[in-house]
Ligand binder design. Sequence first.
Ligand SMILES: Nc1ncnc2c1ncn2[C@@H]1O[C@H](COP(=O)(O)OP(=O)(O)OP(=O)(O)O)[C@@H](O)[C@H]1O
Length: 256
Amino acid sequence: MSRDASSAAGAPQPMVRAQGLVKTYRAEGAEARAVRGVDLQVEPGEFVAVTGPSGAGKSTLLHLLGGLDRPDSGELWLDGRQVDSLSEARWAVLRRRSIGIVFQFFNLISNMTVADNIELPALLAGKSPRQARESCEELLAELSLESKRRSMPAELSGGEQQRVALARALVNHPRLLLADEPTGSLDSKGGRDVLRLLARFHQRGQTILLVTHDARAASTADRVIYFFDGQVVDDAVLGGPEHVPSTVADILRLKD
Ligand SMILES: Nc1ncnc2c1ncn2[C@@H]1O[C@H](COP(=O)(O)OP(=O)(O)OP(=O)(O)O)[C@@H](O)[C@H]1O
């Protein structure tokens, strides 16, 4: 049963609190232990990168945090609310209102214009057409996409498509933004633009969890979690005074 802990102490709740999260995929007799007992806490306003080698379980973790996949065991709390056993329908509502997700391959609706792609989640969340249009226009301006509002996704560059996907993810002012390899299919300029935008939204208080295998992209964040074999093996605040674990040392050097 889901519980709401926010009222208990009146204290600010972590944006994400995961305890003992486990996810194993099973197919045709084979088993992939993608996430193997992860404890994780992300505070409101943090920009956290999750990095590590291919197959480490980074995307699986992000899918669990966004309710796109269910843990086999463990507890997950988002913004003070226990969500690990929410129904599909309740997860859909939660995602619409409180979680924005950006994927590597944009996932835009190909037969809708840029503006319609951005407005759709606002309409689904109950905004009036006028409110949805206003929110969309604000984001188009913010992301330098005003001239593209009537374009179809296929008419845009990869970087532009990812900026549209970012606008769509942010249109309902989500508490948490999840980004899964958002620079993974972009050229270096497109990738830099997207990282710059993430940094800008973070400066305004957006909580972000970025999954990336790219150390340079991870160095945009202010905390880096290193994932290996389904587990957190390092967790360091960049620029912090404390001991720096060796696996994130290279990322720290990139930040200098
Ligand atoms: N839907 C699925 N069905 C079966 N196995 C899966 C599924 N999704 C992921 N896996 C397996 O789980 C493990 C973790 O995969 P995941 O995609 O989470 O890793 P990753 O760190 O994001 O990798 P990459 O950087 O290559 O995207 C891998 O062994 C992968 O093959």
